[in-house]
Design a protein around this ligand. Structure first.
Ligand SMILES: [Zn+2]
Ligand SMILES: [Zn+2]
Ligand SMILES: [Zn+2]
Length: 201
């Protein structure tokens, strides 16, 4: 048997974050569309050969959505390793090729992902630090004007800061309101408000 009769495919499952690595024979790949599922069952890499092109649908760890990438069948079946990158993060999201280099590339990617997650943990982990800061200080100004109240008539409230939003809770009736703090337009939205009313459910 010639060496390139099998290809190794790899990605990281966005749901359980484990590396999923599988081998498929060239025959299997050419015969029909292939799915390489994560053992957790929540994601799958899909490979479809269409003549001289190969289409891959890759679950992306960073975007938590699928990317569709394509390359030539010749490269897909013969290159030592092919790396497909996520356009949003610039990081690789999928590898295809020979077993050893794919395993090596996957190990490097797992290390990079670990590092990113550690860094995010250390930074306090807001989606956008600046937006969160601005939205919080706008909220503080409204609070200083005594502008925060609940539909139930209460003026006692609690606040919880999340990764990309802030939750306001009424201390009396428990009603909640989520204020997004992810993008610049979230700053604009809260900027022009004099009061905040926590609506009951
Ligand atoms: Zn999984
Ligand atoms: Zn992505
Ligand atoms: Zn209330």
């Amino acid at each position: 048997m010639v060496e390139e009769s099998k290809r190794t495919l790899a990605y990281i499952c966005p749901s359980c974050r484990q590396a999923v690595i599988a081998e498929r024979s060239v025959f299997q790949l050419a015969a029909s569309a292939n799915a390489i599922p994560c053992p957790c069952g929540k994601s799958a890499l899909r490979v479809e050969m269409m003549g001289d092109r190969v289409k891959l649908t890759v679950p992306c760890l960073f975007c938590e959505s699928d990317h569709t990438v394509a390359c030539s069948s010749k490269a897909f079946l013969h290159e030592k390793t092919l790396a497909f990158a996520c356009a949003a993060s610039g990081l690789d999201c999928c590898y295809a090729g020979e077993e050893a280099p794919v395993f090596a590339a996957m190990k490097r990617l797992e290390e990079a992902v670990d590092k990113l997650e550690r860094d995010a943990g250390e930074k306090g982990a807001f989606l956008d630090e600046l937006v969160m800061h601005e939205v919080l200080s706008e909220l503080k100004e409204i609070a200083q004007r005594d502008g925060i109240s609940c539909a139930c008539g209460s003026r006692k409230w609690k606040l919880q800061v999340n990764y990309s939003s802030i939750d306001l809770f009424c201390a009396d009736c428990g009603a909640a309101m989520r204020i997004p703090a992810a993008t610049a337009s979230d700053i604009d939205d809260i900027c022009c408000r004099n009061t905040m009313v926590i609506h009951g459910k």
